[in-house]
Design a protein around this ligand. Structure first.
Ligand SMILES: [Zn+2]
Ligand SMILES: [Zn+2]
Length: 386
């Protein structure tokens, strides 16, 4: 196999779509990617496997006159969703689906890598096929294992996510944050249960929980700059056992979203203050815990992102759309907190949203995406792309 055609890429995408695997279990996906890459011209390539992260794959492309090393990341995992597209190449793995479009991400990455395996770049390139984006923080795990050391450390990192709301093949981006950061929060309120008829002998945590939830609503409305934005949602509340017993305990579970890590920390601080206040005024014990396994915001680097957007705007072969930030999370935020870079969207024009059982990205996005990214990477290396 030399240069992959658009039809080859669509065939690869369909194979990947048929065989989705969950986070950290991307065994056949890994093997398939490896088999494809091994068929590329190997002159400039070095393939690296990771014993401690066995479903990941890295590929180094040796530049001819490197000024820097440019990283490109794709995620490879799927979701626990039962596919309902009815497509002839629908998932053959029951209950698992590429419902976030990571099959498209991988295919575009292979297309870009294939191009540079045929046309040696000036700069070095590092391609990272990353497991476990949807859960288990694959990017963070790789970083903490020391994967990006020495020649494998990119000076700058790029990655994309598909976007059903943009025209197929369009590139979307913005300065600042592309995806929000997320932190999970659990609140346990502990008082004293008792007979419904004797409130004076009990300490009612249903009332305390109601007060807590009510007060929390003022954090976003009164403590957050309205043009910066933040979200606190409590999606789960558990308290009590039966109608005529006062509940001595309540547990509230929620999620915090913010466009910057500073905003999330601000919301976390206010939540702690509200919890302390409710604890004092209700004479209750209030334990509040924050899950550090949340995602950092995807904060685009100013200089690199301005260059990326300027290129996309003026490139005659790229359709560029300026986008809003998304309040969903993406684990590329962790890598971008360590290595400057840019995350952007690739439009796939689907009437169904990401994570839905009927997501059906338009495959015409693949060839256009590969073309725009190859052109950007050539431009970034100083080539004049016309
Ligand atoms: Zn997803
Ligand atoms: Zn995704």
């Amino acid at each position: 196999m030399t240069q992959l055609t658009t039809d080859d890429l669509i065939g690869i995408r369909r194979h990947l779509h048929e065989h989705p695997e969950l986070a950290m279990h991307e065994v056949t996906t890994h093997q398939y990617l490896l088999t494809i890459i091994q068929q590329f011209k190997q002159d400039y390539l070095e393939i690296r496997e990771l014993p401690d992260l066995p479903t990941a794959l890295l590929v180094y492309v040796r530049g001819s006159q490197p000024k820097r090393t440019i990283g490109y990341r794709t995620d490879i995992d799927a979701l626990p969703v039962t596919e309902e597209t009815g497509l002839p190449f629908a998932s053959q793995n029951p209950g698992v689906m590429h419902a976030c479009g990571h099959d498209i991400h991988m295919t575009v990455a292979l297309g870009v890598l294939n191009w540079f395996s045929e046309h040696q770049p000036e700069d070095n390139l590092v391609f990272f096929f990353q497991p476990a984006e949807e859960s288990e923080n694959g990017g963070k795990v790789a970083y903490e294992q020391g994967v990006f050391k020495g020649k494998w450390r990119p000076d700058e990192f790029y990655g994309l996510h598909d976007n059903p709301n943009l025209p197929a093949g369009a590139i979307g981006c913005r300065m600042g944050t592309l995806f929000a950061g997320t932190t999970e929060v659990n609140v346990d309120l502990i008082g004293k249960s008792g007979h419904a008829a004797y409130p004076q002998d009990a300490n009612d945590m249903v009332v305390a929980a109601a007060e807590f939830i009510g007060q929390v609503q003022t954090i976003v409305s009164r403590s957050v700059n309205p043009i910066e934005g933040g979200v606190i949602t409590f999606g789960k509340l558990d308290a009590g056992t039966i109608r005529n017993v006062i509940a001595g305990k309540a547990r509230i579970e929620g999620t915090i979203r913010g466009l910057t890590q500073k905003m999330i920390e601000h919301i976390v601080d206010r939540l702690k203050q509200v919890a302390n206040g409710v604890a004092t005024s209700y004479d209750a014990k209030v334990d509040i815990e924050f899950n550090q396994g949340g995602y950092l915001p995807v904060e685009n680097n100013d200089e690199l992102t301005k260059r990326f957007i300027d290129f996309a705007k003026q490139d005659p072969q790229t359709q560029f759309v300026e986008t809003q930030p998304a309040m969903t999370g993406e684990d590329f935020g962790y890598l971008l907190s360590k290595i400057p870079g840019t995350m952007f969207w690739l439009g796939v024009d689907s009437s169904s949203p990401l994570h839905s059982a009927t997501l059906n990205p338009k495959e015409s996005a693949i060839g256009k995406g590969v073309n725009s990214i190859v052109r950007f990477l050539r431009f970034r290396q100083g080539e004049s792309v016309s």
